[in-house]
Design a protein around this ligand. Sequence first.
Ligand code: ADP
Ligand code: AMP
Length: 217
Amino acid sequence: MNVIFMGPPGAGKGTQAESIVNEFQIPHISTGDAFRLAMKQGTALGLEAKKYVDQGLLVSDEITIGIVKERLQLPDCKSGFLLDGFPRTIEQAEALDKIMDSLGSSIDHVINLHVDRSLLLARLTGRRICRSCGATYHVLFNPPHTENVCDKCSGELYQRSDDTEEKVGTRLDEYLNKTAPLLSYYRNKGNLREVNGEQEIGTVAAQISLLLRGQAK
Ligand code: ADP
Ligand code: AMP
């Protein structure tokens, strides 16, 4: 099963991915995670990506498409995958179609998590992530049992450097200008499903699970 999670930054894509990849046993492919890892390792890719990520801007299509193309060819994607944060431009979506064609496969579900812009700033500035396992928390909406300690692996929680008020503004503008137009792209293809991402985390997860199992419209 090949799935795309769409939605603005802070909509809950990473949070929902945690349970969905577990339930369906498919790899979680987050381009944002890939860029952060490369930046941490200081690779050539990381240094290039940093110029954009640090400003809240999208990394170039050429670089991003190259990463995803390589990743989707790995054997663990044969039985499916969950793309989180890709595609983010029409050019990326068209490239993904070509990659899927070349693999003799296609995208089964595009899930759009809808969250009003007015909620996203609070979600993003309060987000905390585990340094060890990558689990996502929120200081108010989904706090860990012990402050700054991951419930799952006891790792230390940190705040992403682009989750500041200033950068969130730029990231949301990038979303509106470049990514939101993709919704009609997938709507026209007929595989876009809308989920209200403003509901509780467990409710959103249950609705996505039903959609992916073909038990809801
Ligand atoms: P995305 O991957 O789409 O950028 P995240 O999954 O990282 O978004 O979620 C952004 C922040 O909002 C995180 O701090 C997360 O804990 C919180 N969050 C996610 N889903 C919900 C929800 N349904 N209700 C309240 N807070 C949520
Ligand atoms: P995310 O973790 O999805 O919030 O992404 C963090 C940052 O990585 C974004 O603000 C962009 O700078 C970059 N990024 C992630 N995915 C993409 C993509 N598909 N296209 C371009 N840039 C991306």
